[in-house]
Ligand binder design. Structure first.
Ligand SMILES: C[S@@+](CC[C@H](N)C(=O)[O-])C[C@H]1O[C@@H](n2cnc3c(N)ncnc32)[C@H](O)[C@@H]1O
Length: 254
C-alpha cells in the first residue's frame, strides 16, 4: 500500500507551517510538485524554501514534477470544464504515483494555504482512489488559509456576534451580495467585484500577498478605498507578474 499526504503549508509565510505539517513532510519519500501553468518562479521558490527549511538535512527524498493539463478557461459550462480538467489531472497523477512511488512508500503534495479551501488536490486524490488502479491510503494535514492569515493581519474577527460568514469567489460576488449574511470573504477575484458596492455602506478589509514580504493591506469603506485597491492591485500585478488577494466585505450593523 502506498501512503499519500496532502499537506497544507500556509498562504505564503514559511512560519505558517504547523508542527504537524513539518512532521508529515519529514515522513515523505517523494514530493509531487504540480507545475501550474502561469505559476511564477517565485511561488515555486516559496514551496522549495519550505522543504529546505523544515525537512531534516539527512533525510533522503526526491521531487517529481507533474505537468498540469491545460484548462479550458473560456468554456461557458464552468463546472463541466473544471470536472474535465480534474479528470485529466487524475490521469497524470495516477501514472506518476504508480511509476515513482514504490509500494510501502510515502508521497506528499504541498498545498498552498489549507487543502480544504478552493483547492482540487483532495478531489483529485479521491478520484484516483475511486478508479482503483493505484491503491492508496491518504491523510490531509490542515494549513493556515489565506482567509485566516488575512483576518489576523487586519486584527479582525471574521464573524460578528452570532453571525454567519460566507466564503465565496469573485465570480459569484459579481452576481450580487449573497442573501442572509453580512460578512463575506471573497477569493479568486481577478475582476475586483467589490467595486460594484462602492455606493453602499459596505466595509472592506483587503490583503494581497498576505504573509509574504510584499504584503499589502487596505481597509475602509468600499466607496472610499475601492479605487485605491484597484490601482494598487494593478500596479503590484504589473511589478511582480502575479497577484493573489483576498478580502472580507462586511455590511454595517446598525
Ligand atoms: C486557488 S485558491 C487557494 C486557496 C488556498 N487553499 C487557501 O487556503 O488560502 C487561490 C486564492 O487564494 C487567495 N490567496 C492565496 N494566498 C494568498 C495570499 N498570500 N494573500 C492573499 N490571498 C491569497 C487568493 O484569493 C487566491 O486567488
Amino acid at each position: 500500500m502506498r501512503r499519500l499526504l496532502v499537506i497544507g503549508i500556509g498562504a505564503g509565510d514559511p512560519e505558517h507551517v504547523t508542527v504537524q505539517a513539518i512532521r508529515a513532510m519529514n515522513s515523505a519519500d517523494v514530493f509531487f510538485v504540480v507545475e501550474k501553468r502561469g505559476e511564477t518562479a517565485e511561488l515555486e521558490r516559496l514551496r522549495e524554501e519550505v522543504i529546505a527549511r523544515y525537512v531534516e538535512p539527512d533525510r533522503s527524498f526526491c521531487t517529481v514534477a507533474l505537468p498540469d493539463p491545460r484548462r479550458d478557461r473560456g468554456a461557458t459550462a464552468y463546472e463541466a470544464a473544471v470536472d474535465d480538467w480534474r479528470g485529466r489531472r487524475a490521469e497524470v497523477w495516477e501514472s506518476a504515483l504508480a511509476r515513482e512511488l514504490p509500494d510501502g512508500g510515502c508521497g506528499a503534495f504541498l498545498v498552498w494555504g489549507d487543502p480544504a479551501l478552493y483547492d482540487s488536490t483532495i478531489a483529485v486524490v479521491d478520484d484516483i482512489r475511486s478508479r482503483g488502479r493505484v491503491e492508496l491510503e491518504h491523510e490531509v494535514v490542515p494549513g493556515i488559509s489565506s482567509v485566516q492569515a488575512l483576518a489576523a493581519r487586519h486584527r479582525a474577527p471574521l464573524n460578528r456576534v452570532g453571525g454567519a460568514v460566507q466564503i465565496t469567489t469573485g465570480r459569484r460576488l459579481a452576481a450580487g451580495f449573497p442573501d442572509g449574511v453580512d460578512d463575506v470573504v471573497v477569493m479568486l477575484d481577478a475582476d475586483c467585484a467589490f467595486t460594484r458596492f462602492a455606493d453602499d455602506e459596505m466595509e472592506i478589509l483587503w490583503g494581497a500577498y498576505v504573509g509574504t514580504p510584499d504584503e499589502i493591506l487596505i481597509a475602509g469603506r468600499v466607496g472610499d478605498v475601492a479605487a485605491d485597491i484597484v490601482r494598487t492591485r494593478r500596479e503590484a500585478r504589473e511589478r511582480k507578474g502575479w497577484v493573489m488577494d483576498t478580502y472580507l466585505l462586511r455590511r454595517p450593523r446598525h
